[in-house]
Write a protein that binds this ligand. Structure first.
Ligand code: NAP
Length: 252
């Protein structure tokens, strides 16, 4: 698969899925801005990219804060060129049953996922529409279909799907596509936190979950990186407004 080298932004890229996506986009030839809450925490991802011959910078930003997002995107444009690939991956969980969920738990999750994706997309679309090219990939989740203990997270991840479809409709005429990836169980710190919360050793949680998945394994960050690589490529220009479940089996 060939693609033109561009400037890509990946949020929440210090670890987990975001780190794998950043490394894959760099391997595809893009200059990559590795964004996360703590700039120092991005060093590992940046070093992995540069060690492999790629180009990357670390940028500290809280994606839920408008002024920080504006400054971060401007810095990327100044140092790497107009960002025309954006992967809205930053995420948090604050799981609890509805009757125990606090307003802060609700606001924090909606703030990072939805407000964060809105702010980042708004800042980057200015560059994308000017360049007449753009690729936006938003991380949804199978939890968008409903998941016990995740009223806040499932609402945010379902919201990501509507947000994505609307961006696809509004921005298509500028050469910009927007798609959502909805992962199932991916082995990261986030799923480890869930295992810890319910008091199950992570290895047992993985083995149990794998039995329930048609392909009989849990996902790895590289599974999401590969799908992102396709959706951000030149060749994916006629795929827009889609939600791709990357979950080892069908979801509806
Ligand atoms: P992860 O390992 O917890 O990584 C998430 C990253 O996002 C962390 O580096 C975190 O920084 C960063 N982040 C959190 N809040 C931020 C903010 N306000 N601004 C900037 N960065 C922020 O999670 P993951 O498993 O890789 O998940 C990545 C994405 O995939 C998330 O959107 C998640 O909801 C989605 N997803 C994951 C799974 C799964 O099974 N793992 C399944 C479906 C969807 P800190 O370390 O400083 O908090």
């Amino acid at each position: 698969m060939s693609t033109t080298p561009r400037t890509a932004i990946v949020t929440g890229a210090a670890r987990g899925i975001g780190a794998a996506v950043a490394q894959r986009l760099a391997a595809d030839g893009h200059a990559v801005a590795v964004l996360d809450l703590d700039e120092a925490a991005c060093a590992g991802t940046v070093e992995a990219i540069t060690a492999a011959g790629g180009k990357a910078i670390a940028v500290g930003v809280d994606v839920s804060q408008a002024d920080q997002v504006e400054a971060a995107v401007q810095r990327v444009a100044d140092e790497l060129g107009a960002p025309t690939i954006l992967v809205n991956n930053a995420g948090i969980i604050r799981d609890n049953l509805l009757f125990k969920m606090t307003v802060d738990d609700w606001d924090a999750v909606l703030g990072v996922h939805l407000r964060g994706a809105f702010l980042m997309s708004k800042a980057c679309q200015a560059h994308m529409t000017q360049e007449k090219f753009g690729r936006i990939v938003n991380l949804s989740s199978t939890s968008a279909l409903g998941n016990r203990g995740q009223a806040n997270y499932s609402a945010a991840k379902a919201g990501m799907q509507g947000f994505t479809k609307t961006l696809a409709i509004e921005l298509g005429k500028f050469g910009v596509t927007a798609n959502a990836i909805a992962p199932g169980f991916i082995q990261t710190d986030m799923t480890k936190a869930t295992a810890d919360r319910i008091g199950v050793p992570f290895d047992d949680f993985i083995a149990f979950s794998a039995k329930e998945i048609p392909v009989q394994r849990v996902g790895q960050p590289e599974d999401i990186a590969a799908t992102t690589s396709f959706l951000t490529s030149d060749e994916a220009g006629f795929v827009s407004g889609q939600v791709i479940y990357v979950a080892g089996g069908p979801k509806d």
